[in-house]
Design a protein around this ligand. Structure first.
Ligand code: NAD
Length: 731
């Protein structure tokens, strides 16, 4: 059995069907390339064949992309010269795709056979690069299909001709959302954008393609014609010049130069636009090799593709029967409860949303109505969907409505007493098997579980705000949490299509434990007279979506002050953050509570638009004459977080480094190019990390002290993925 088979019809149309053996969706493997190549050779050489159709044997999809082993195998193919292996491998695939594109024409563009590609559904990555090499793309009209090139999202770029072809088809500017942002489209939108040529009823797909193939169409691609000009202008054409200047500024503005793939992609498009097509493919292959050789790309692929998917599929799910949630009770219809009700209802669950007063409960439910209205405006939802979703939510004050719930998620005020009371009241109304989850962000789960007679059914399900946007959910096991509760939480997170991590109970769990030192390090630097813009920009240039000062403005300064007071009360003399408190309490005293009060580290205009840094800050904390260099600021911000991650692993809060890495990127945007805190330590090397910690400790204090685990690994020259992947994590 092979992944590609061919059937030649009496009408002269050869149909090549892609049907990856043993997979539900087609993926391109190393072994499948020569098979496709051989079939193309055969069909082009056969005089009885007038044209070719490439399609999929999988119902409703074309292909999901490339088997990532292809890259690993290419790297290995040239012994100790992986870059050569990659370059050779990429040029071979270019050769096959170029053969399809030329369709057997001679140098004068004469002869040749038309090759159409039929997409019954989703076509991603290489699954769209193959169609792009064909002469005409037919897509079945299925609004759920996704078509595009999402490679940039995992730290690479379309490197099998997709970049060069798309830029030449539509021009650099028009191609940029699809290449630089990995934008995906449904078939109709893909046609509007010029990504596919025809959208047909699913049953007509092959017939339409057959008709076209037999119509003796012209098959010469524009870039193979004499006098081809790139749409929108080439780099030295005035219009093209503006495009590239603009694109370069946009990429650098958005990525702050922190993502190697985006830069490489832009270079491939720019340099490729200056030369003939075949040379452009070679340039694309060079840049792709460059990106694949950068440790950032393998770290990103590992965290954002392989491990994220593994966690979503239940890599750490205990062995328990299916716990699919049917009816969920959400306690508290405030900011978080309203969002939790929304995502649960959208996933098809019956939701009971309870607050103290009916109008508060109704307000929580109206959040879903507003969300759906926005979706309708943008063409992403329908009135029916809105009605159906709203009908699933019962907003009430009556606990009796909770009867039959198999999961409760509590999101009332952050107060042990209030939470305990709610827990006790709820448990009177639900069955003994119901799992009770709290969305607390700071209170220990084990402590809160004391309000329940069945602590094995008590767990933390920690969402991030805004619930509907943030893709990570942190599940926290209390000391007595049982496996069924963990399975329930994981099955629920799967239902709402988010990514879970499972951690053990400890102060601030995992994510907030790392985020707080990041913010605190930024605040400390303000106190030392470091320029606020230097602090925030240093973070943004590391790839963080927002710097620490902007982050504290967004999350609110009084929340920071509240957490600081509670932490201090709990830690007593061990409390390490007096220097931070001075600033945060002073800001609070000044009424500068952040974005919500239109005044924080930043000034805001009446509409809430962020202006510059507040001048009053410099009056209280004058800028020091001697500003630190960028790397020092960046290392302080990075190590403040990654050392917490290492300590969380050391203490058993984290049980799996994959969760530490995936969680950090999804929860607070930890430098995604690095693959996460553990991947970053592996990239810089544990010996250097330990040495740098020693220097930072000497200069800035014991919070940078090298954890014993890191010291030991540095001495042994170990990497985190080397040491821990044998135990649990798949690299
Ligand atoms: P909020 O103040 O917006 O909402 C709390 C809601 O709970 C209010 O509507 C209140 O009326 C209701 N409530 C209070 N006591 C109640 C009771 N006895 N019965 C029923 N309803 C009651 O707060 P929020 O921001 O939604 O936070 C809720 C919880 O989620 C807190 O534990 C918080 O720490 C946690 N959390 C918040 C965030 C965040 O970013 N805001 C993130 C993660 C977790």
């Amino acid at each position: 059995m092979t992944d590609f088979t061919m059937e030649k019809g009496a009408d002269g149309v050869a149909i090549i069907t892609w049907d990856t053996v043993g997979k539900s969706m087609n993926v391109m493997s190393m072994e499948a390339w020569p098979v496709l190549d051989g079939l193309i050779d055969d069909a082009l050489a056969d005089e009885a064949v007038r044209g070719i159709i490439i399609t999929s044997g999988k119902e409703g999809t074309f292909a999901g992309g490339m088997d990532l082993n292809v890259i690993a195998k290419m790297k290995e193919s040239a012994g100790d010269n992986p870059a050569k292996g990659l370059m050779d491998g990429l040029m071979q695939t270019h050769g096959i795709l170029r053969k399809i594109e030329r369709g057997g024409m001679d140098d004068k563009n004469k002869g040749g056979k038309p090759i159409a590609c039929c997409l019954p559904g989703t076509a991603l990555g290489i699954g769209f690069e193959i169609p792009l090499a064909c002469h005409r793309i037919f897509a079945a009209d299925n609004p759920k299909s996704k078509i595009g090139l999402p490679e940039i999202m995992i730290g690479i770029f379309p490197g099998m001709g997709g970049t060069t072809r798309l830029a030449r088809m539509m021009g650099a500017m028009a191609a940029s959302p699809f290449l630089l942002e990995g934008k995906l489209s449904d078939p109709k939108k893909a046609k509007q954008a010029g990504l596919v040529h025809e959208v047909t009823a699913p049953d007509d797909l092959i017939d339409k393609a057959r008709e076209w193939v037999l119509s003796e169409p012209s098959i010469v691609k524009p870039w193979d014609e004499k006098g081809y000009k790139m749409p929108g202008g080439e780099p030295f054409h005035p219009a093209g010049f503006m495009t590239f200047v603009g694109a370069s500024a946009m990429v650098n503005g958005k990525t702050q130069g922190a993502f190697p793939a985006a830069k490489a992609l832009l270079s491939a498009v720019y340099e490729g636009a200056l030369v003939p097509f075949d040379t452009a493919l070679k340039i694309e292959a060079r840049w792709f090799t460059n990106v694949l050789m950068n440790p950032s790309s393998s770290a990103m692929i590992r965290s954002l593709f392989i491990n994220k998917e593994a966690l979503e599929k239940g890599a750490n799910r205990p062995d328990a029967p299916d716990q699919t949630v049917k009816k969920v009770g959400v306690m508290g219809a405030g900011m978080m409860g309203a969002g939790i009700a929304l995502v649960s209802a959208m996933a098809g669950m019956e939701v009971v949303l309870i607050d103290q007063k009916q109008d508060a409960a109704d307000r929580g439910k109206s959040y879903t109505a507003d969300y759906m209205d926005k979706g309708i405006k943008r063409g992403k939802a329908t009135e029916e969907k809105k009605e159906k979703t709203l009908a699933q939510i019962t907003a009430t004050t009556d606990y009796a409505a909770l009867e039959g719930c198999d999961l409760i998620i509590e999101a009332v005020f952050e107060d042990v007493g209030v939470k305990a009371e709610v827990t006790k009241d709820v448990l009177k109304h639900v069955g003994p098997d119901c799992i009770f989850a709290t969305n607390t962000s700071t209170l220990p789960i084990t402590e809160l579980a004391k309000a329940s007679d069945t602590p094995e059914n008590f767990i933390g399900i920690h969402f991030f705000s805004p619930v509907e946007k943030m893709m990570l959910v942190e599940i926290i096991k209390g000391q007595q949490t049982g496996p069924r509760a963990v399975a329930k939480a994981l099955d629920y997170v799967r239902q709402i299509r988010k990514t879970p991590i499972v951690v053990n109970d400890a102060r601030f769990f995992y994510c907030n434990r790392c985020i707080i030192p990041y913010i605190n390090e930024g605040l400390r630097m303000v106190g030392e007279g470091v320029a606020p813009a230097l602090i925030d920009n240093a973070a943004r240039q590391l790839g963080f979506p927002v710097g620490p000062l902007q982050l504290v403005d967004e999350t609110s300064i009084d929340l920071g002050a509240k957490i600081a007071r509670a932490t201090k009360a709990a830690m007593g003399d061990d409390y390490p953050d007096e220097a931070v408190d001075e600033i945060i309490f002073w800001m609070e005293g000044e009424g500068r509570l952040g974005r919500k009060s239109n005044a924080g580290f930043f000034d805001y205009d009446e509409k809430g638009k962020r202006q510059g840094y507040w001048e009053g800050l410099a009056e209280k904390y004058p800028l020091s004459e001697d500003q630190p260099d960028l790397i020092t600021v960046q290392h302080r911000l990075m190590f403040a977080q990654v050392l917490e991650a290492v300590r969380a692993l050391e203490e058993g809060v984290l049980e799996d480094i994959r969760e530490g890495d995936v969680g950090a990127i999804l929860a607070w945007g930890f430098a995604p190019w690095s693959g996460g805190p553990f991947s970053w330590l592996d990239i810089i090397g544990t010996p250097y990390a330990a040495e740098r910690c020693d220097q930072l400790t000497e200069e800035f204090g014991p919070r940078f002290a090298t954890p014993a685990l890191l010291r030991e690994m540095a001495d042994k020259g170990q990497t985190f993925y080397g040491r821990f992947s044998d135990e649990k994590s798949a690299a």
